[in-house]
Design a protein around this ligand. Structure first.
Ligand SMILES: [Zn+2]
Ligand SMILES: [Zn+2]
Length: 312
């Protein structure tokens, strides 16, 4: 009896690492002008670790460059950490820069990483997305959902939280394209931390109901496709509008890394549509800090493969 009590009183230690696998909208052609030779479309990986063992990986979006990004991550953490644990995929919306490599990913995960016997493949990879997004995914990756049996769809409804172990993925509908969502991800039973995946916004989500779901994040990844507001051309609000509409202030972002509050990071930057042309990451960050000094301590530009840790 004493032994049983001892066993049940063990405190499980959990943490999550979020990694920004890729952080750009523009791909190599545009970024080569700044000497950037690696990268791709926005994509993030959340890894849940409990008692020193990986319990789950959750991938957010899977556009062009994802597999290269995961290969680069393998160099850091080893192949098994990326490929040999339960994997779930969430897709924000149907634009191709957010899912181009989905079926390549599922082929590798299910087939190449399956067992030794030719028919011993893993079950299909679960992909959560809205019904509108699924139209795009099915049309693009049809083989994976049919004869290939490497992909399966799970319906995502804005406002309805999906639990993945102790991680709760909460989709919030946004103005971008039909069926587009962003994710407010809470970690741990008490919701000790919140990671906001907030890329691809045509207009800032300023509605009080939206804000209530996404405010006060421990880490926010926010789109800034261009500096200038040019939503009718690009479908993206642009950095100026996100700052000047009060949206970034409304998020109530904090930068206190000792308490694992990491502020906001700009991702999904293209810049080639901007009348003044694209800026390097460093120039963009300096311009942002010069133009919006009251946000300088909390908003930065994300780096490829940058990682943040959350204990709970
Ligand atoms: Zn988009
Ligand atoms: Zn996009």
């Amino acid at each position: 009896m004493a032994q049983a009590l001892e066993t049940t009183s063990i405190v499980m230690s959990s943490h999550v690492i979020y990694r920004q696998i890729n952080k750009d909208y523009a791909f190599w052609i545009e970024k080569r002008r700044f000497g950037q030779r690696q990268g791709g479309n926005v994509c993030g990986l959340l890894t849940h670790v409990q008692d020193d063992a990986i319990r789950a990986n959750i991938l957010f979006d899977c556009g062009l460059g994802t597999l290269q990004g995961l290969a680069d991550l393998c160099d850091e953490v080893g192949e098994a950490a990326v490929w040999d644990h339960p994997l779930t995929v969430f897709i924000t919306h149907g634009h191709i820069d957010h899912h181009a490599e989905l079926m390549l990913l599922s082929e590798i995960y299910c087939q190449r990483r399956g067992g030794d016997y030719i028919h011993n493949i893993r079950p299909p990879l679960t992909v959560y997305c809205t019904v509108e997004t699924q139209d795009h995914l099915y049309n693009t990756h049809r083989w994976g959902y049919t004869g290939g049996r490497t992909l399966t769809h799970c319906l995502l409804t804005p406002g309805q939280t999906i639990p993945v172990g102790p991680i709760a993925v909460h989709p919030v509908a946004v103005d971008h394209c039909p069926g587009a969502v962003i994710f407010a991800i809470t970690l741990g039973a008490g919701g000790a931390h919140k990671v906001l995946i907030g890329w691809d916004l045509r207009s800032p989500p300023l509605d009080p109901v939206q804000l209530a779901q996404i405010r006060h994040p421990s880490l926010a990844l926010i789109e800034g496709a261009t500096w200038t507001p040019m939503a009718t051309l690009t479908g993206h609000a642009g950095i100026q509008l996100l700052a000047e509409s009060g949206f970034l202030d409304s998020l109530e972002i904090e930068f206190d890394p000792h308490n694992q509050r990491y502020g906001a990071y700009l991702v999904h930057y293209s810049g080639w549509e901007d009348p003044e042309g694209a800026l390097s990451d460093g120039d963009m960050e300096r311009r942002f800090h010069r133009t919006y000094p009251h946000l300088a301590s909390v908003v930065r530009v994300a780096q490829r493969l940058q990682a943040w840790r959350f204990d709970f």
